[in-house]
Design a protein around this ligand. Structure first.
Ligand SMILES: NC(=O)c1ccc[n+]([C@@H]2O[C@H](COP(=O)([O-])OP(=O)(O)OC[C@H]3O[C@@H](n4cnc5c(N)ncnc54)[C@H](OP(=O)(O)O)[C@@H]3O)[C@@H](O)[C@H]2O)c1
Length: 344
């Protein structure tokens, strides 16, 4: 028994990673189809040791496809996901287009797997923002143990979170600095090479950015609407891997040792926390890895029941492609979908 899977946005950062992860995890796919814009028709992408020729999303017939892993941006998703869903193909979407829709479940399998049953309302499931996904993998087991009241988070987000153009811009600007060429900012609002930019996505009326607002809204939707969260999201000159400095206030007492033990047992988490030189994880070490790494766990003596920690994960994996594939696996494990094409 195998599923027919389409990867829409297969030439992008997330789409390529989706193809890698489907193959690595031995996803039960009878067939995998790579889709992108018309510009990419005929381009080749790798799926394990196979090469797939990219086809155009806009003339692809989804009627015999079971799952569409969509990572082609919000506008494409707004237009295409409902049409694909109506053809009986479940869309797992990486953009923010559907995350806040009451009829669309927003899922991190380690956090709120039970919400997945609501997918049938629209045949669309949303994948969270990359910064929220890794944060909630670490917060969920701590919330279960000691009830989180408030979270203060500062992010250090890599340029791959802004797509392949973001990665190209860091590379081009870095080279320009070394050869004394003019440095041009196109994708980012200021120079990103050898700099940091406290601005991701558009500004909101209250002075926060949409990226910061997403972390608040998505935490409330997936973990607990009572949690208060405030974020400052910053772009840093790192290619892959988002980092977060997190301060958490709990209702009940919890020590750093207790938190470390809870996180050691928690699904998706890996604790690397030695109080010595290099005894913590940095983004360069998490690139290509599936885990959410937690380091620098310590008590915050300025508040009752407070902890600080450092959370790092590969934004293209747990922040996007891996989480999407895990959602597809969850659908299958729970018997919520069956392949349309029966094996001959
Ligand atoms: N990067 C992350 O960390 C991250 C995390 C979570 C969510 N996401 C979301 O995932 C999505 C993709 O991100 P990315 O980083 O992979 O971006 P990307 O590297 O810029 O890739 C974009 C992909 O979308 C395709 N595309 C663009 N316009 C299209 C159209 N009209 N029809 C069909 N395909 C089209 C592109 O195909 P062509 O090559 O043909 O243009 C490409 O395959 C975005 O919604 C992003 O917000 C990204």
């Amino acid at each position: 028994m195998g599923f027919k899977v389409a990867v829409a946005g297969a030439t992008g950062n997330v789409g390529r990673e989706m193809l890698n992860i489907l193959e690595e995890r031995g996803f039960p796919a009878a067939e995998v189809v790579a889709l992108a814009s018309r510009r990419s028709v005929g381009t080749e992408v790798s799926y394990g040791d196979r090469t797939l020729k990219v086809r155009a999303l806009d003339n692809y017939d989804f009627s015999d496809t079971d799952i569409c892993l969509m990572s082609a941006g919000g506008n494409v998703s707004k237009e295409w996901s409902p049409r694909i869903g109506k053809q009986g193909c479940v869309v797992i979407d990486n953009s923010s287009a559907w995350r806040y829709d009451a009829d669309v479940p927003l899922i991190v399998p380690e956090v709120n797997p039970e919400a997945i049953t609501q997918f049938s309302r629209r045949n669309i499931i949303a994948n969270p923002n990359c910064s929220t996904a890794q944060l909630l993998v670490a917060l969920k087991p701590l919330h279960d143990a000691a009830t989180i009241k408030r979270v203060v988070v500062a992010t250090y987000q890599s340029v791959s979170g802004a797509g392949k153009e973001g990665m190209d811009e860091l590379f081009t600007q870095t080279r320009a600095v070394f050869v004394a060429d003019p440095v041009e900012a196109k994708k980012f609002t200021k120079r990103i090479a050898f700099n940091v930019i406290p601005h991701i996505d558009v500004f909101m009326d209250d002075g926060s950015t949409k990226e910061e607002w997403k972390m608040v809204a998505e935490t409330k939707k997936m973990l607990d609407p009572k949690i208060k969260l405030t974020a400052t999201c910053v772009r840093v000159p790192v290619f892959i891997g988002h980092s977060e400095a997190v301060n958490i206030e709990f209702e009940k007492p919890i020590t750093a040792d207790e938190a470390r033990e809870i996180l050691r047992e928690a699904p998706g988490c890996l604790v690397i926390d030695k109080r010595e030189n290099g005894g913590y994880v940095t983004p360069i070490e998490c690139a290509g890895e599936d885990a959410t790494y937690i380091s620098r766990i310590r008590e915050d003596s300025t508040i009752d029941n407070g902890l600080n920690m450092w959370i790092v994960s590969d934004n293209l994996r747990k922040g996007a492609a891996l989480n999407a594939v895990q959602i597809a696996e969850l659908l299958i494990e729970r018997g919520l979908i069956q392949p349309k094409q029966k094996a001959a």
